[in-house]
Ligand binder design. Sequence first.
Ligand code: ADP
Ligand code: MG
Length: 691
Amino acid sequence: MTSRANPPETQSIASLKGAGEQTLKKLERLGLRTIQDLLFHLPLRYEDRTRIIPLGSLRRGDQALIEGRVELAETLPSGRRSLVVRLADDTGYIHLRFFHYTQDQRRQFECGRRLRCYGEIRDGYYGLEINHPDYRLVTDNEAGKPEATLTPVYPLTEGLHQKALRRLIEQALVMAAQVRDWLPTSQTHQHGYSLADALRLLHAPPAGTTEHSQSIRAARQRLIFEELLAHHLSLSQFRARMQAHRAPILRISQKVTAQFSASLPFALTGAQQRVVEEIIADLSRPHPMMRLVQGDVGSGKTVVAAFAVLAALASQHQVAIMAPTELLAEQHSHSFQHWLEPLGVKIAFLSGKAKGEARRKTLESLASGAAGVIIGTHALFQDQVVFHNLGLVIIDEQHRFGVHQRLALREKGGNQGGYPHQLIMTATPIPRTLAMIGYADLDLSIIDERPPGRTPVKTTVLPTTRREDIIARINDWVAHGRQVYWVCTLIEESERLQAEAAGITAERLTAALPGLRIALIHGRLKPADKEAVMRHFKAAAIDVLVATTVIEVGVDVPNASLMVIENAERLGLAQLHQLRGRVGRGPGEAHCVLLYQPPLGETARERLGILRASDDGFVIAAKDMEIRGPGELLGTRQTGQVQFRIADLVRDAGLIETVRLAADELTRHHPGHVPPLIERWLGAAAQYAEA
Ligand code: ADP
Ligand code: MG
C-alpha cells in the first residue's frame, strides 16, 4: 500500500491520465470530483466481451463479441445510403452496417484485415447483421484473446463517453485498496468481501460471471448496505440536533386521562391507548417531541390528539391545532368543543377568512393566553399570530403541509429559547422501512386497529358508460335511508374549474333524480355556506352531496355509505383511499364506485384493482410504492433526499433492520467514522441535514 498522503477521498480526478478540463467539468455534473467518487460511481450493467462467439452460432437479439476477417466492404446507395462490411470466420459470416462513417473509416476495412466487434445481432437484408458495432482492428497476435473481465456500463452525462469514463475508473481502481472501510468489523466479516475487493469485483467482474452471479450480488449487497447506512446516519444526526433543543415539560395525571376516557361515548381501541401513552411519555420530557402518528382513515386519530391537548392545558401551555382545509378545521373545532368544553376548555378558531374585529379578538386572546386552544388552517402560520406560551403544535394530515411550514410553526414557540412539542397526524401510510429512512427525523406511532363495528367498503370499478346504472342505484340507496357522496375530480388543481365541473354534475343529477335532495359543496363556497351544507348533510337533510376533493380529508358523516368517484384513473391511490375513507364510518354496508373514462391503460387497471382488492391503507401504499416508486409516496418532502445510487428501498427492505443496528454500533463505538461515511455517499446532499 502506498502512503495516504494523497488518499482517494481527497485526491482530485485531475491527477489521472485523460482528465482534461472539459472532462473534469462533465464529471463534476455527475458529482464526481475525487478518486473516491469515481470508485463509488458504480456500473448500471455489464457487457460480456470475454467470449468470442463463432459467427455460425450467433442468434438474433444477442449482444455478442465477434471476430472475423473482412471479406468485402461496399457502399450501398439503395434506400438509406450505408456502408456494409462482410466479416467471416470458419463457421459463417455476418454483415456490419454503418449509416454514418468517414472515408478514413471506410479505408480501414481492407479485405483480409481482422476485426473484433461488439453489438446487437439483428436480422438484416442479407442475413444477420450488426448496425454500428463497437469495433477495433486486431493483429494476428491478438486474435482469439478477448477481454479478461466484463465491460462495465456506467451512468453518463451528455458529452461524456463510456470509454473515457472506463479508462479513468480503471486508473482509480489501482487505488481501491487505499479507500477506508468505515464499517464496524462485525459488519465487514458478515459481508465476506473487503471494501476494496467489492469495488474491484463490481467495476471489473472476471470472465464467467454475470450480474446475477453470487459473487457480484454479494459485493453489491456490501455497498448497498453502506449506502443505506449512510442515509440513515445522516437523518439520525439531523434528529439528534433537533432533540438537543429544550421544550416545556407537559404532564397530565392518570386521574384526568381516566376521567376524559370515561366521558367519551366509546372505549379507545388498544392501538389508540398505546399511542396515547407514547405521546404522554414524550410530552413529559424536556425536549421537543417530534412524533408522527400514522393511522388509516377512520382509525380515530382525532381523539388521540385530544389527550395531548389535555396534557398541555394541564401544564398551562397553549396548543395550536392545524388542519389543511377549512372544512376539516371546522369539523375538528366541533369535535374538540364537544369533548373539551364540558371540562371548561375554551377553544378559539382562526381561518384565513376571519377579518376585522373577530380576528383581532382571537389574536388578542392568543397573545394574552386567555385562549388555551386554537384550531385553524395555515392562517396559524401568519406573523401576526403570537402565542403567550405555545407548548404543543398538532398538525393534522401532514402530507398537505411541507416541512418548511412545520418548521415555521415551531418557531412560534420561542419561549425561553425552547421549542413546542410537535404531533403530526397522517392517514397516508408509509411502509415502515421507507418511513425509517424517509422520516428518520420523527418518531413513529402507528394506530393499526380500527374502531369495532366497521365493515370494509365494497369497491367496484366501472366505465363512465355505466353512469345510468349507477344513478339508478343511488335512488335505491336513498330509498333505504342512506346518503351518498358524488365526487368530481379534475387533474387541474384549480378550485374554479373543479367547482364548475361539480356544479354541472349537480345539475345533471338533479335532473336525473327528481325526488332527491341534492346539494353541492366545493372550495369556492363561503365558509358559512360550506358549514351550512355540511351541517345539513350530517343531519340527513341532504341525500346526495356532490363535492370536489375538498371532502378528501377528515370529513365524518357515518350515514353516508355510498361514494361515486369520477375520473378515478387520474388520482393517486393514496388520494382515492382517503376519499373512500369518507364512507364505511357507520354500521351497515358501504360501497364505493370508481368511475373511469375508457379505455383504461394497463397500469391504471392494475392500480384500481389494488383499491378494489384492499381496504388497508398500508397494503395500498406498499403496492403503490411498487408501481410508482417511493419518491411519489413521500412527495415533495423528500425530493432530492431519498435518491439512492444503488440501494432500492423496496427491494432492499430486508436490510434495514441490520442497517439500524450497524448505525447504532458506529455512532456509539466509532463516531469518527460517521462523517466520512455520510460524505462518501451523500456528499452535497448531506447539507439538508443542516436545516
Ligand atoms: P381519522 O383517524 O380518520 O382522523 P377520526 O378521528 O375522524 O378518524 O375518527 C373517525 C370516527 O371514529 C369519529 O366519528 C370518531 O369519533 C370515531 N371513533 C374514534 N375512536 C373510536 C373508538 N375507539 N370507538 C368507536 N368510535 C371511535
Ligand atoms: Mg382525521
